[in-house]
Design a protein around this ligand. Sequence first.
Ligand SMILES: C[S@@+](CC[C@H](N)C(=O)[O-])C[C@H]1O[C@@H](n2cnc3c(N)ncnc32)[C@H](O)[C@@H]1O
Length: 200
Amino acid sequence: MDAATWDDRYRDRGLVWGAGPNALVAAETADLPPGRMLDLAGGEGRNAIHLAEQGWDAEVVEFSEVALEKARGLAASRGVTIATTLADVTAAPDLASADLVLICYLQVPAAPYAAAVRHAATRVAPGGTLLVVVHDRDNLERGVGGPPDPAMLPTVADTRAALDGSGLEVVRAEQVLRRVETPDGPRDAVDHVVRAVRPG
Ligand SMILES: C[S@@+](CC[C@H](N)C(=O)[O-])C[C@H]1O[C@@H](n2cnc3c(N)ncnc32)[C@H](O)[C@@H]1O
């Protein structure tokens, strides 16, 4: 989907992804000392705002201006400040490096996905962390929600491969099940998480 389509999805409705952070993002960042963080394709800012509340200096990078407007409004309603930058995260935007770089549910085809992860890795400062949480390819067969197109669904190996040569050390790379309430009752979505650090 292009930026205009995402703008339409975000416009004239409440928070599409909710106000609270993704549970995996909250858990995986809880042990990190606050510093500067980049939330790439950060949507309405739920994760960046949570981290700002924990003392992080947070910047949301997005190509949907409507999402960024909502992120600024949500941050203000929670009494925190976040920076917002309008940019295509698959096109190597010029961003200052950060102690935490987050990609959460970026949904783009394989080549731009790999480009976004590769570029995200370049933005990780020495001692910093890259955290990727995305819908896994297996979600199509045994999960719920997420894009129905396999071209938009990376495997753990795809995400790891995008980090080859980045200088980052992968410390976690695996599928994680996420419980979701559906009209048919609770189901599991299949995500994957890749956490990597740049030696300090
Ligand atoms: C599923 S939403 C996830 C939003 C947020 N990360 C979260 O977890 O709440 C995917 C987001 O990626 C953004 N996006 C998709 N392609 C992008 C691109 N090439 N550059 C910047 N943002 C992009 C969309 O606008 C959308 O907000």
